[in-house]
Design a binder for this molecule. Structure first.
Ligand code: XMP
Length: 514
């Protein structure tokens, strides 16, 4: 069967780096997808990959419940690259032997290349690599050769050139592995012989054509949130079906200062979207009255949003499709090696599917990572103000006010947010940090202002750096920026007499306070 483009398949064994492998491969302009390790072999065959990568994972191959693939997979005549656990499972299934190491190897190691290999072309004789493993391969499979070692690992890489099977005990996908990108590219272009033909501009024209055909003269609706995903999804759809796309922007009163008006201006003037602004602030405030529990706030806001969206959508006659900005990380089936994980926060995204409407879904970004969505957005004219916006949670400022939400508290927080955002932008840090925002803590503390005792609320500043929001580090902001934010907040906002800076990372804290 002739394929339209090159494709790599990544089999996920639960590594925290699996998505990173995929992003790296896409950066090299090669299309790839991630399947869980327990995907049926037929599904894997049908994908028709040019190469298969077996990811790392936290298990040991000899564990009772270790994630495994069928040995049959190795009969597929494509090149394989096993990374860490992926290499161990390869060894285990092909007749080698894996055992617990005397010492866990975690962090930097010096890799010595002891045998010439296509995989290491351009890497020199030794190189710094990133290791994270507790097991080692003590016997490699028959007809394989060890090609590199570290001080503590005799088989840091192996291969069977003839079978086109390669294994790496270290992680080429992480930035700490000096020639990681070279190694991955060698696998892609020299071994799997793929073409770098994943072009985002081709994606745009292909997707526009697909949407046009799918909608074929009917109508679609889309809930816009002001964020990059829903905006790019709407603009792509708009390119396909023009004014047969109707958008709805619900102002829930939990947005930041001037946010509703400014995004509406971009939507209408820069992006020519047909969008209706629904001001529902009063309704949201009414339902949130007296509610202090974070999860209840989320549920109320999520439910009410859907109710309002459904009501608005019903007013538009002849709608058959719903456009959503779902991204690839939302659709990858996650591999749970440690059993069911507990719910920490019930995140809901604006645009959660209103079931009552019985609409067909259009999800033009389903195959994309966030950085790809940003590039596409830029190419189709979405302004930087939307593309580079820091993530903002669906429940908005409601989860940045600890305890009950009311209009007065929202106004205080909005003012503080405007100050923090202005100062962070002025310092050139807005797109260097992942998020930066104030949190209103309505706990009163004593202060002294103009010789008088004050007894007022607290603002906490939170700024974090992060790659994906899953883990985060508090941003080491300059004291001068913190001082300016603090003094402006206290002098410009009535009711606040103390500002503190949150110096916890995630984990153990989360990014949002609620
Ligand atoms: P946490 O607080 O869980 O946040 O560390 C991780 C990322 O998710 C965002 N966040 C939310 N987004 N609805 C959303 O759409 C939510 O309820 C929600 N809670 C947190 C948060 O801003 C951060 O980027």
């Amino acid at each position: 069967m002739k394929k339209s483009r090159s494709k790599i398949l990544i089999i996920d064994f639960g590594s925290q780096y699996t998505q990173l492998i995929a992003r790296k491969i896409r950066e090299s302009k090669v299309y790839c997808e991630i399947y869980p390790f327990n995907s049926p072999l037929d599904k894997i065959k049908d994908f028709n990959a040019d190469g298969i990568i077996l990811s790392g994972g936290p298990s040991s191959v000899y564990d009772k419940d270790a994630p495994v693939v069928s040995k049959e997979i190795f009969k597929l005549e494509v090149p394989f690259l096993g990374i860490c656990y992926g290499m161990q499972i390869m060894a285990h299934l092909l007749g080698g032997e894996v055992m617990p190491a005397k010492n866990r190897e975690y962090g930097h190691s010096n890799l010595k290349i002891i045998k010439e290999s296509k995989l290491f072309k351009g890497c020199g004789k030794s190189s710094r690599v990133w290791m994270s493993h507790g097991d080692i391969i003590v016997k490699i499979p028959h007809s394989f050769t060890v090609t590199a070692q570290t001080e503590t690992c005799d088989a840091a890489s192996f291969e069977s050139r003839e079978k086109k099977m390669y294994g790496l005990q270290f992680h080429p996908e992480v930035i700490h592995t000096a020639c990681g990108t070279t190694i991955l590219n060698n696998f892609l272009f020299d071994i799997a012989k793929v073409k770098g033909d994943w072009e985002l501009n081709d994606f745009i024209s292909g997707k526009v054509g697909e949407i046009k055909e799918a909608v074929s003269g009917k109508m679609a609706i889309c809930a816009l949130s002001g964020g990059v995903d829903s905006t790019v999804a709407a603009v792509l759809t708009n390119l396909a079906i023009k004014d047969r796309l109707k958008c709805i922007f619900v102002d829930n009163g939990l947005l930041r200062e001037t946010e509703a008006n400014s995004v509406m201006k971009y939507y209408r003037e820069n992006l020519n979207l047909h969008v209706k602004l629904v001001n529902a602030s009063g309704l949201f405030l009414k339902e949130l009255k007296g509610v202090a529990d974070p999860e209840r706030k989320r549920k109320i806001i999520g439910k009410l949003f859907i109710k309002i969206f459904e009501k608005e959508a019903e007013k538009i006659k002849g709608v058959n499709f719903l456009v959503q900005g779902t991204l690839y990380p939302d659709v990858i089936e996650s591999v749970k090696v440690f059993g069911a994980s507990s719910i920490i926060k019930s995140h809901h995204n604006v645009g959660g599917l209103p079931k009552k409407l019985n609409l067909k879904l259009i999800e033009p970004l389903r195959e994309l990572f966030k950085d790809e969505v940003r590039i596409i957005g830029k190419n189709i004219g979405v302004p930087d103000e939307i593309i580079k916006r820091q993530p903002f949670p669906g429940p908005g400022l409601a989860i940045r006010i600890i305890g009950e939400v009311d209009k007065r508290r929202l106004d205080v927080l909005r003012k503080a947010d405007a100050i923090v955002t202005e100062e962070i932008k002025k310092a050139g840090l807005y797109d260097k940090v992942w998020q930066s925002f104030p949190v209103l803590v309505p706990v009163k503390t004593v202060g002294v202002m103009g010789d008088k005792r004050s007894y007022e609320s607290l603002i906490a500043l939170r700024a974090v750096t992060s790659a994906d929001g899953m883990t985060a580090d508090f941003a080491k902001l300059d004291y001068d920026i913190l001082r300016t934010c603090s003094s402006r907040i206290i002098s410009e906002i009535k009711g606040i007499n103390r500002v503190v800076y949150d110096i916890t990372s995630k984990p153990p804290s989360t990014i949002e306070w609620e």
